[in-house]
Design a binder for this molecule. Structure first.
Ligand code: NAD
Length: 260
């Protein structure tokens, strides 16, 4: 790639998003880190990445449960760097409960953050990519975008929605030098997964190690967590010229989960 690209990675002060942001920074792209928190640590993290990878990394706060904030994030990134070339929709939350006890507020938040945000950011970024003649939209869905598990009604719904949105954006940009794909990770040991362990321990009356082996990795035939570095590498592949004809599809990084 000749010109330095600008990448926005939503939800990137932690976990998979941070891993992806670092992979893009290592390629010397401009990187926009994002979360809702706007703490000193978030800005310090951006400075640390910029120093480590000798690129430009900035932090922009946006609460992605709000559609206008999603749109403003992309506009602010373009004002800062001139364009948005790579959009990684990664922000996500989880809540685990049987449907009859699933709080409506949690349902609304998961649908807004995990699914609607990808619509709002893409709606603003895709026209910029068309103008610039190059673009990559990469949605971090999940194995739960292709399969389901009990107690995750909102998450599974949102992730299936993201896979559907991926196909539509790919078709709408098919004749442009833009691709849109979804990455579907299996379990990755990040704060989002750590937070599920205590509830799952209670739900199944198991200790931590048994929950990891028998519940979390039960459907991951490799019996290993995927890593944030592997997800960063998958994003780099999708941004490369090798992937220019890959669009509207999903790439599973799930240790064989969806082969079962
Ligand atoms: P994480 O909790 O470590 O990170 C989530 C990120 O989203 C954080 O940066 C957080 O600040 C951000 N975020 C949450 N709410 C937000 C809001 N309202 N506005 C802006 N940012 C917000 O989780 P993770 O495991 O790294 O998950 C990242 C993505 O990967 C999610 O979409 C998740 O569904 C998906 N995923 C994770 C796994 C896994 O096993 N960890 C598996 C499949 C898919």
């Amino acid at each position: 790639m000749a010109r330095t690209k600008t990448a926005v990675v939503t939800g990137s002060n932690s976990g998979i998003g941070l891993g992806i942001a670092q992979a893009l920074a290592a390629e010397h792209h401009n990187v926009v880190l994002n979360s809702y928190s706007d703490k000193d640590e978030d800005h310090a993290l951006a400075e640390e990445i910029a120093e480590r990878y000798a690129n430009k990394t900035v932090y922009i706060q946006a609460d992605l449960s709000n559609g206008e904030a999603c749109r403003s994030l992309i506009e602010q990134a373009a004002m800062k760097f001139g364009s948005v070339d790579i959009l990684v929709n990664n922000a996500g939350i989880q809540h685990v409960a049987p449907i009859e006890k699933f709080p409506t507020a949690k349902w609304d938040a998961i649908i807004a953050i995990n699914m609607n945000s990808a619509f709002h950011t893409a709606a603003v970024a895709v026209p910029m990519m068309r103008t610039n003649g190059w673009g990559r939209v990469i949605n971090i869905a999940s194995a739960h975008g292709l399969t389901a598990s009990p107690y995750k009604s909102a998450y599974v719904t949102a992730k299936h929605g993201v896979v559907g949105l991926t196909k539509v954006v790919a078709l709408e940009t098919a004749e442009d030098p833009i691709t849109c794909n979804a990455i579907c990770p299996g379990y990755v040991l990040t704060p989002l997964v750590e937070e599920q362990i205590p509830d799952t321990m209670k739900e199944y009356d198991m200790d931590r190690e048994t929950v990891i082996r028998e519940v979390l990795l039960k459907r991951q035939p490799s019996k290993e967590f995927a890593t944030v570095e592997q997800l960063g590498g998958t994003v780099l592949f999708l941004t490369s010229d090798h992937a220019a004809q890959i669009t509207g599809t999903t790439i599973s990084v799930d240790g064989g989960w969806t082969a079962l």
